[in-house]
Design a protein around this ligand. Structure first.
Ligand code: GLN
Length: 183
């Protein structure tokens, strides 16, 4: 719809994924995982509603399709928007940071080497749900979450050359494809 999808495509390509852009509900048919990029959450949400992608994404998500939301995409997936996750975000509200910053962040399951996380007018996770697993924090505050088949990060994991979070998402997509084949 909008945002920095090209950087996600480049990173997933570099990991060997076959990528495509999703703009219409029909584009969801052939994919094993969906990235909702950073950008402008209001624009992304409105575009999704206009083209019927909101209901279509809810449906494939409920059938198990892995979704990865970064920054604005984390907002779009929260319970006040698409409702894929039960957490709630506040826009442009990361602590007292008015604008953008970078920080080393340790992410659960990605080893002992931190990720260089790029925060650009990042969302503040105001509430997490009972099922939300917090994968990373900054100053004790959640910045990366997992809930069922949803992965969400307040930072831009696509803007450095560290592709470990995307690799984690690809592993979720592969697992989901194999289990839907098996089922
Ligand atoms: N501030 C944007 C929003 O609220 C998110 C920023 C981003 O994705 N870099 O939609």
């Amino acid at each position: 719809m909008q945002g920095d999808f090209a950087a996600h495509l480049a990173m997933l390509d570099s990991l060997g994924a076959e990528t495509s852009e999703v703009r219409l509900p029909a584009d969801l048919r052939e994919i094993d995982g969906l990235v909702i990029p950073g950008g402008e959450s209001t624009t992304i949400s409105k575009g999704m509603e206009r083209d019927g992608l909101d209901g279509a994404v809810r449906e494939v998500f409920s059938q198990g399709l892995p979704v990865f939301g970064t920054c604005a995409g984390m907002i779009v997936a929260d319970r006040a928007h698409l409702g894929l996750g039960s957490y709630l975000c506040q826009r442009n509200a990361f602590g007292r940071q008015l604008d953008s910053f970078e920080q080393d962040v340790l992410v659960d399951g990605l080893g002992s080497e931190p990720i260089r996380a790029v925060f650009i007018r990042a969302p503040w996770v105001a509430e997490v749900g009972d099922l939300t697993e917090v994968l990373a924090t900054v100053d004790g505050h959640p910045v990366a979450l997992r809930e069922d088949n949803l992965l969400a990060a307040a930072f831009h994991a696509e803007l450095t050359d560290d592709s470990r979070l995307h690799a984690k998402f690809m592993a979720m997509a592969t697992r989901s494809r194999e289990s839907s084949k098996a089922g």
